[in-house]
Design a protein around this ligand. Structure first.
Ligand code: FNR
Length: 416
């Protein structure tokens, strides 16, 4: 009787943002909640991809086509998710990828994301186009910060950024190689997205339906590219494409060699690296490659990084760490990527959806969902730790070749 009374005992209801998070049981739920919270143009900035969004859809397709063949009777009562990367212990093989303009998504901005990463023991890569100065993010005390560098036309400014990241105590420098020019984000162009969002008539109408977003953003600090204050930037606002004009399409391997000479810590190259480029990465002295198609936001129709993993591992052997992102939405995706040769997965949109809903708590919710799913997947696969997952990988995971079929992005999660 006591048990039944306990079950039906009324509990104080959780209110507001926490209640919304409680109702999010996977990343799709977080995405839907973010969509309700954010003005359309801001949601589309986070959610959208380049051109026809073929790469965006293909990233999910690749993971969805993975099939598992589990082992049984292997005592999976306490799976160990911990791992080491670049000399640092990480609580689970997951990191937060660099994303720009976070303050537009939540006023807590990059420090809120860094605090969530600290709380969960995971690395966080801060973008060059962050809306918080890298020193202020380092001041949160997170001890596994990566700095993502865009090589700018202004090389003196580029090298100054690298020096500042070193002084501030960032552990890893990762250079984005997939941004010779800005991708064409069709939704942003259609929405006329400006940074900060301008108070056009459509924005004013949006305020009526999304008062929570607008009151928090209008009360928060102004949106600036905090790391580029001294840039010969075209002001601190404009369309995303105008701001991307800072980036240099003339970057070559010589620039990477120069960065290698300047940066004493681990150096990671981020982009959709084919095996020939993975071999160049080894030659130039990189410590890792981050296989990524920018979440389908740059070159549309770009191969999904999941399909680059095995060739990259064959090209690099054990000489490079392999990080993978683009399309990770479930812990089972992380298990599959590790079984196919990755050392770490990263997420972009999933933690931004969480941030949009509830700042730091929302980012933590996104991480917790993925880590819980990963733990359960390992247990059901009959695997007790990540070393075993990698060792048994080829036996446990089948990845069919890409189909080339195009499932429109609209069908992802049933939204848009
Ligand atoms: C990004 N990404 C990105 N990458 C980068 O190197 N520098 C950056 O400033 C940004 N900015 C950015 C903004 C937004 C809104 C998104 C969604 C993504 C790409 C990011 O690091 C990562 O590669 C992808 O987000 C991974 O794909 P998923 O997890 O979003 O599918």
């Amino acid at each position: 009787m006591r048990e039944i009374r306990e079950l039906v005992r009324p509990r104080p209801p959780r209110l507001g943002r926490s209640a919304v998070l409680d109702r999010c049981h996977d990343v799709d739920d977080l995405r839907a909640a973010a969509r309700r919270r954010l003005p359309r143009a801001v949601f589309d900035y986070v959610d959208g991809g380049a051109d026809e969004e073929i790469a965006l859809a293909a990233n999910r397709d690749a993971f969805r086509r993975v099939r598992f063949s589990p082992r049984v009777l292997r005592d999976v009562s306490a799976p160990d998710l911990a791992t080491h990367l670049f000399g640092t212990q990480i609580r689970a093989p997951l990191g937060l990828a660099p994303t720009g303009y976070t303050r537009m998504i939540h006023p807590g901005a990059e420090p809120a994301v860094a605090r969530a990463a600290t709380a969960r023991g995971l690395p966080y890569a801060l973008s060059t186009v962050a809306t918080t100065a890298l020193e202020d993010v380092a001041a949160t005390g997170h001890t596994n910060l990566w700095f993502q560098l865009y090589v700018l036309k202004d090389r003196a400014l580029t090298h100054a950024l690298v020096g500042r990241a070193e002084t501030a105590g960032f552990q890893v420098l990762e250079v984005a190689l997939d941004t010779a020019v800005a991708g064409h984000r069709t939704r942003d162009v259609r929405n006329g997205l400006t940074i900060p969002p301008r108070l056009a008539l459509s924005t004013l109408l949006d305020i009526g339906t999304r008062p929570g977003y607008w009151t928090s953003v209008l009360r928060g600090a102004p949106l600036t590219l905090a790391n580029l204050q001294t840039a010969r930037a075209p002001g601190q606002s404009g369309t995303v494409a105008v701001l991307n004009d800072l980036f240099d399409p003339a970057v070559t391997w010589d620039d990477i060699a120069e960065l290698r000479a300047r940066w004493p810590g681990a150096l990671v190259l981020k982009g959709p690296l084919a095996p020939a480029d993975v071999r160049r990465a080894v030659e130039v002295g990189a410590d890792g490659v981050h296989l990524s198609n920018h979440g389908g936001r740059q070159l549309d129709r770009c191969v999904s990084p999941l399909h680059l993993l095995r060739p990259a591992r064959e090209a690099a052997g054990d000489r490079l760490a392999l990080v993978l992102d683009s399309g990770v939405r479930h812990g089972a995706d992380i298990a599959a990527a590790l079984a196919l040769g990755a050392d770490l997965c990263m997420i972009g949109r999933p933690y931004l959806y969480g941030a949009a809903v509830a700042g730091q708590a929302g980012v933590e919710r996104a991480i917790d969902l993925l880590v819980t799913q990963l733990r359960r997947t390992l247990q059901l696969l009959g695997v007790t730790d990540l070393t075993e997952l990698r060792k048994l990988g080829p036996e446990l995971v089948t990845l069919p070749p890409p189909t080339g079929s195009h499932r429109p992005a609209e069908q992802e999660g049933g939204h848009v």
